[in-house]
Design a protein around this ligand. Structure first.
Ligand code: FRU
Length: 617
């Protein structure tokens, strides 16, 4: 790129940038007040915007003269370039005009901004997951609009296409036929003049209740601008292209509440109506409708329930059989809370009870807290609609404490493996088991057996995961016997380890990632400022990433525990006894874990059927 000064009637300073690309030239007109117009003749497909993550956000607008023009916030590079993001230009136009605001004249942006018909999405991240869903580039948080239709699972998600930190919320889109192989598709719903497109849900309108056509996919999302209101959009081409409903918003808070978001819509057959559950700061509100456009307030639940203090986000509400008995079904309200996680930051709790079309009555005492996952990187979890008898949940695998800081650049954010939910009873309470979906077996490649091993002290399986590139599954049964601490370390040649063990004295399954690899991006969170140190707890107040998480073993029957552990380039997911305990934690080992050290302290423990599988797409 070369800057050439040219004359311009309107401009105070006018510079022409000769693009290196095949076609297109960029002429820059300074509009004053730190605003520049890039006039691009014969535009290529993309303007490649150089991003420097440490920079503040600058506004970038495709100027068409329409009132729908909306600025995107991009961390345009000042000193150096971390990566590029593609800014799409109008196809076939003679000229495209892009306004950039707040870029200093000496910023490296001016040297590096470029035109191109291609945007290379080849992976440049060491920690890019080998088999978990991630966007090809950009930032991802919550799963949105999870819906199954005609053999396809649609996974929309909170997406920033203009950088790998949170911002510019769009709904990104991927589809899968088996829940593990995902095909990226263009973003489905873009940020607009009403605001960000926040989280929400989607349904298949089989009877054309909304009038957009039989079998239309209808998406519900929160428009987040000066206020948060619920909007709808519909697709008649199997979820590829959405049209925003002209009558938006369809629901505003009756009390002017600021935090009112993440609508989940579901069909409730006994009333022959659609229901919407919306998070409303410290409670969930239910509404009902016949046409999904006019919503009537029904009731609220949550004040004083579960972990305190908290803010409710991303609800779901599903009915499941208890212990597989279809005649005994209960309702589960999934509530994502931020903060509230036992280990700091964000996590997913749930309440079990009855619902009669009006009120949800929780069957446990208000102070009872039940977690869907006991790790630190499981949030915004919601379920697919239209999956018949199966209830399949998808988590976002991060935590708001450090989600923007993880050592990843090209893309940031992944989903944990989908889990199938079921209800089981234990000691008079009803709990949700979140077992990994059976489709995860499709990922299995080569396997290695270590058979049955009795261990007192330690037993090294040096090659168990060698050559698997840090992407593998380990299945085994653990019988602790009289041992007090029994488990394993996933280790690498750099001396880093993720420890997973049963602490039989404390009655806990523990995963300790203190020495798992890179942890330096973790910080002391403000939320710890007045937190009372928990003597028995594993919180690390100095670094919110370098710590251990634990789950109560009382959720299991005991004696022998079946562990199914999924390891990827930057994550570990542990499922005990079919998901009675699920624990999801990020890890950033600087070399892939390839060895496993089994250990048992204070007695002999038995490890049976120890098998490792390479996992790949
Ligand atoms: C949860 C959340 C939602 C919101 C979205 C914004 O992670 O805060 O409540 O809709 O993220 O990206």
């Amino acid at each position: 790129m070369r800057k050439i000064l040219v004359a311009g009637a309107l401009a105070a300073v006018c510079i022409a940038l000769t693009a290196c690309g095949r076609r297109g030239t960029i002429a820059v007109e300074n509009e004053g007040a730190g605003s520049d117009l890039l006039r691009i003749s014969h535009p290529a497909k993309y303007l490649l915007l150089p991003v420097e993550e440490a920079c503040g956000e600058k506004r970038v607008t495709l100027v068409t003269g329409s009132p729908a023009d909306v600025a995107m916030d991009v961390r345009l590079a000042h000193d150096s370039v971390d990566y590029f993001v593609p800014f799409e230009l109008p196809a076939g136009a003679a000229e495209a005009v892009v306004r950039v605001e707040g870029v200093a004249p000496d910023a490296v942006f001016w040297d590096r901004v470029a035109l191109s018909d291609r945007f290379d999405t080849s992976n440049t991240d060491y920690y890019r997951p080998a088999y978990h869903h991630t966007p090809a580039y950009g930032w991802m948080n919550d799963p949105n609009g999870l819906v199954y239709k005609d053999g396809e699972y649609h996974l929309y998600y909170q997406y920033n296409p203009y950088g790998s930190k949170w911002g510019n919320m769009h709904w990104g889109h991927s589809v899968s036929r088996d829940l593990v192989h995902w095909e990226p598709l263009p973003a489905a719903i873009a940020r607009d003049t009403m605001g960000h497109i926040f989280s929400g849900s989607a349904v298949v309108d089989k009877n054309n209740d909304a009038g957009f056509g039989r079998d239309a996919i209808i998406a519900f999302y929160t428009s987040a601008g000066d206020r948060q209101v619920q909007c709808m959009a519909y697709s008649t081409d199997n979820g590829r292209i959405f049209t925003k409903y002209g009558g938006n918003p369809v629901l505003t808070p009756f009390d002017g509440l600021r935090d009112f978001r993440d609508p989940k819509v579901f069909r409730y057959e006994p009333e022959q109506k659609w229901y919407m559950i919306v998070s409303a700061y410290k409670e969930m509100r239910l509404y009902s409708s016949e046409d999904m456009k006019e919503w009537e307030y029904v009731s609220a639940f949550g004040d004083g329930y579960g972990v305190q203090p908290r803010m409710f986000e991303c609800p779901d509400f599903v009915e499941l059989p208890v212990d597989g008995d279809e005649r005994n079904r209960k309702w589960v309200m999934i509530v994502n809370v931020n903060p509230g996680c036992m280990f700091g930051g964000s996590a997913t709790e749930y309440f079990v009870g009855d619902f009669d079309g009006r009120e949800f009555v929780c069957e446990s005492a208000p102070e009872t807290v039940k977690w869907l996952d006991y790790g630190k990187d499981h949030y915004a979890t919601v379920c697919f609609s239209n999956t018949g008898a199966r209830t399949i949940a998808v988590p976002w695998m991060s935590n708001w404490q450090y989600a923007n800081d993880t050592p990843i650049m090209q893309h940031r954010g992944a989903n944990a493996l989908p889990r199938e939910l079921s209800l089981y009873t234990k000691d008079g309470e009803t709990y949700v088991a979140a077992g990994v979906v059976e489709e995860a077996r499709l990922l299995r490649g080569r396997s290695r057996q270590a058979g049955d091993v009795s261990v007192e002290g330690e037993h090294m399986l040096a090659d168990l995961a060698a050559g698997f590139g840090g992407a593998f599954e380990i299945e085994l049964d653990v019988t602790p016997g009289r041992a007090g601490r029994v488990g394993m370390e996933l280790c690498n040649g750099a001396g880093e380890k993720a420890e997973i063990y049963l602490d039989m004295e404390a009655g806990r399954l523990v995963m300790d990632r203190t020495e798992s690899g890179e942890t330096g991006f973790g910080r002391r969170s403000e939320e710890y400022a007045d937190a009372a140190p928990d003597a028995a707890g594993p919180l690390n107040y100095a670094n919110d990433f370098a710590l251990a998480t634990w789950a109560p073993l009382s959720l299991c029957e005991g004696g022998t525990y079946r562990l199914d552990i999924f390891v990827d380039r930057c994550s570990v997911e542990i499922f005990v006894d079919g998901g009675r305990i699920a624990m999801t934690n990020l890890v950033f080992p600087t070399e892939p874990y390839d060895a496993v050290r089994l250990f048992a302290e204070g007695g002999t423990a038995r490890f049976s059927d120890v098998t490792a599988y390479e996992l790949k797409l």
